[in-house]
Ligand binder design. Sequence first.
Ligand code: UFG
Length: 344
Amino acid sequence: MKETILVTGGTGFIGSHTTVELQNAGYEVVIADNLSNSSADVIDGIEKITGIRPAFEKVDLRDFDATEALFRKYPRIRGIIHFAASKAVGESVEKPLLYYRNNIISLVNLLELMPKYEVKGIIFSSSCTVYGQPDVLPVTEESPIKKAESPYGNTKQINEEIIQDTVKSGSPIKSIILRYFNPIGSHPTAIIGEMPNGVPQNLIPYLTQTAIGIRECLSVFGDDYDTPDGSCIRDYIYVVDLAKAHVSAMTRIMEDQIEEPVEIYNIGTGRGTSVLELINAFEKATGVRLNYKIVGRRAGDIEKVWGNVDKANQKLGWRADTPLEEVLATAWRWQVALRERGVM
Ligand code: UFG
């Protein structure tokens, strides 16, 4: 058995898929989650897929003492993957202090505790949102950071700086910052997947809920952008491929292959797909016809962004290689599974 890894937010969408891949790779996992936006049932799902039940602690990482108790209880933790965060862009505009408290205090607590409990490294979930609308595409890790459009985006930028400053100050820790593009899809078993709260804000859950009849019609936000078909372009990355990037990054830290104390990687496919192309691919992959209409632009949307992922391909020895149609089929299978289980 390899090292023990603390996965914060491990019952969430990306955290649960990453726990599966960590366990498949031989790591022991402790999940910490306050269940504010997820369910403990996910632990059963992870066990069903991998045959291993990860340790689970219901902990609020804003609580320093409770967080320290976690490291005392599991002295073998050597790495952290920090997913736990609030992530709704619109909500963050309405409740900025909630976002600053949730997303920043928890990271500060973890960074303070790491040296004392001999935790070697932390992987931080950042986002391509830090680039805003890049001037040059595909966007590389060296592209300038643009002023954040929302408090949510700002917490990602601030947290990246907190990590950099902490390491610069001489803290004996290593960090890999992963800037995700748009994570989509679900585990091929349809046992775990994305569970949006209420009306989905993101494209894929809205699309699959429309396809199954929970929503009447998908609104495509704008067809007058400066793109080939006029709809926005994103780099959609399969959540299982994304999960595997975390395993590669953690192994890089654990096996002392990391070359700088803080490394930053774009994690995407390197390809851009428009909203209309995505709808076509979904219909082709599933044979399901989607009811959609073009409406006006959504405030704050980036026109087009996709990543240059050469650095991750080379240094992490990782590649997102699941074809888009296959990914969309997993999203659909998950939506159907939720219906069969009577969840929605
Ligand atoms: N879209 C629609 N209709 C919808 C929902 C989305 O047309 O009902 C379009 C959007 O306009 C955008 C694309 O689908 O062009 C993707 O939108 P998402 O909301 O799924 O994703 P975003 O790229 O806007 O946002 C994502 C994450 C954020 C993160 C941001 C930048 O959800 O957390 O990427 O990293 F901040």
